[in-house]
Design a protein around this ligand. Structure first.
Ligand SMILES: [Zn+2]
Length: 205
């Protein structure tokens, strides 16, 4: 496989910022969210799992009742269905990006740390499959002779102004990055631009 020569002017590059409540925001301001049907099924799964926990047989020493086994079948079916949908979506998105760009810059994430950060949405974070998505992206880019550049997780992508380089800390609730240079931009969009810039810097140096 020939590797596509990376030139600064002709390279199609993109930066992706991880989103705990979706999948990512890219450096063009385009958001990739898990599809609605996936969210709907996830909710359904939680509901049916709760039902299962109330059936006789859900506790360790109980004999499993017929109702329990019936409910377990139902839960497993939704589980499989949801997992397949998620996988399809991640494949679709990673193929799309690998076809469209020559260089993809991402942040390496400590998924465990993200999940335990205490946003109250730890489960959503673990479930959204970003780690899996990055693996898919890596081999699909590699197959095409393209590049995945991993930016260090300590790089302050969300703190830097993507326009002037000024650095400040945003609180978790602040969704807009505002700077005295005049920029007024979505927080994740700003981070994705910084990730792209840093990734390209790493690639060329
Ligand atoms: Zn600025």
């Amino acid at each position: 496989m020939d590797v596509i020569p990376v030139s600064k002017t002709s390279t199609k590059a993109v930066g992706l910022d991880y989103k705990s409540d979706g999948l990512y925001m890219d450096s063009n301001g385009i958001k990739a969210d898990m599809p609605k049907y996936y969210r709907k099924n996830s909710k359904k799964l939680v509901k049916e799992q709760r039902r299962l926990s109330r059936k006789t047989g859900s506790k360790k020493k109980e004999t499993k009742s017929n109702n329990y086994l019936k409910q377990l079948k139902k839960v497993n079916k939704i589980h499989r269905h949801t997992a397949n949908e998620r996988l399809d979506f991640l494949h679709k998105k990673s193929t799309e990006i690998a076809n469209q760009y020559d260089v993809v810059c991402v942040e390496t994430l400590n998924m465990k740390a993200v999940a335990n950060k205490g946003f109250g949405n730890g489960k959503a974070t673990v479930d959204n499959g970003y780690g899996l998505f990055l693996q898919m992206l890596e081999y699909k880019l590699h197959e095409r002779g393209k590049y995945l550049v991993k930016v260090d997780k300590w790089y302050p992508s969300s703190q830097l102004c993507s326009n002037c380089g000024y650095r400040k800390k945003l609180s978790l609730g602040e969704r807009i990055y505002q700077c005295s240079c005049g920029i007024h931009i979505d927080r994740d969009y700003n981070a994705a631009i910084n990730i792209k810039r840093e990734g390209l810097r790493l690639l060329y140096c």
